[in-house]
Design a protein around this ligand. Sequence first.
Ligand SMILES: *Cc1c(COP(=O)(O)O)cnc(C)c1O
Length: 359
Amino acid sequence: MSSPLDLVRADLRGFAGYKSARSDRLEGSVWLNANESAWANAGDDAGRARRYPDPQPAKLRATLAELYGCAPEQLLVGRGSDEAIDLLVRALCRPGDDAILTTPPTFGMYAVNARLHGTRVVEVPLIDDTAGWRCDFNAVGDAVEREGVRLVFLCSPGNPTGSSLPLREIEALATRLDGRALVVVDEAYGEYSESPSAGTLLQTRRNVAVLRTLSKAHALAGERIGTVIADAELIDVLRRCQAPYPLPASCVAAAERALEPVARAATAAAVRTSIEQRDRLVPLLGRLPGVRQVYPTRANFVLVRFDDAQRAFDRLLDAGIVVRDMRAAPGLGNALRISLGTPEQNEAVLDALAAQVTT
Ligand SMILES: *Cc1c(COP(=O)(O)O)cnc(C)c1O
């Protein structure tokens, strides 16, 4: 098995990054090394903002490692998993040369980051099956070998498809691409899927990375806390490419509170409610006239094809309900993505769509 360091841009392998005042391991009681003010801001009630924050707070890192079942050294915390995507693209792909691979329809940020970085995007579309969306893993492997792909972005459960990818196939792909590419599995919706995380593959495959976030099931999108889990040596490289102080102290404090046992129990209960709602809603949506197809989903949203998506979108909007219009995405010309809401909100969605045919 190759070291994932072989996949890092050669010009960055020895790169130390910015050496911030907080990166020196010094002991002292009077800290006069970072040009911070000697007095707290009068508006800073908690008094925690005067100092630059810890770049990777040990307590949050340990809590997240326990949550996701990995070692703290295998994990980097950042400003949402969006930052992790950006770091991976920048650390592994030479601008103008290497490529990333995506499987559309999928999350848009992979291609956005590649474009900003001057990196090509190779696409291997998912296969639209009546039973859900499937990834053509053989075609992905072939395209990686043919096109100089460094990073494969898989999303499971997929956004906007809702389909999960089989772990065995992800593992086989990582084995095939050993020494050639990093297989990134974005599990932003993993909490809703009830299948094992691709993080379990790290025990045997060093070229796998997993993205997790507090933005979805943990209901903390506003605090911007996401995580990349990967081989410890690769995590070390990503850390050196990251901004000096990526995590605001107030966001770290909010994340720590959100991961205390009581909050975690409430999160688990909310996830269970969402799953119950999902399993109730999907068949009901499928029975509505004007609905052409409802894809099976393992996430907290559902992708629906309509006879007339504009009409469905407008009816929902008339009821004050805003859903995601997917019609600009290739192959989704008649589709909307509807997030699960509270039971009352989901009922309102059904009512608005049912009214569509009677008027
Ligand atoms: C929402 C979402 C993210 C973004 O997560 P942040 O942690 O908020 O940046 C990442 N990937 C997918 C597939 C998402 O849907």
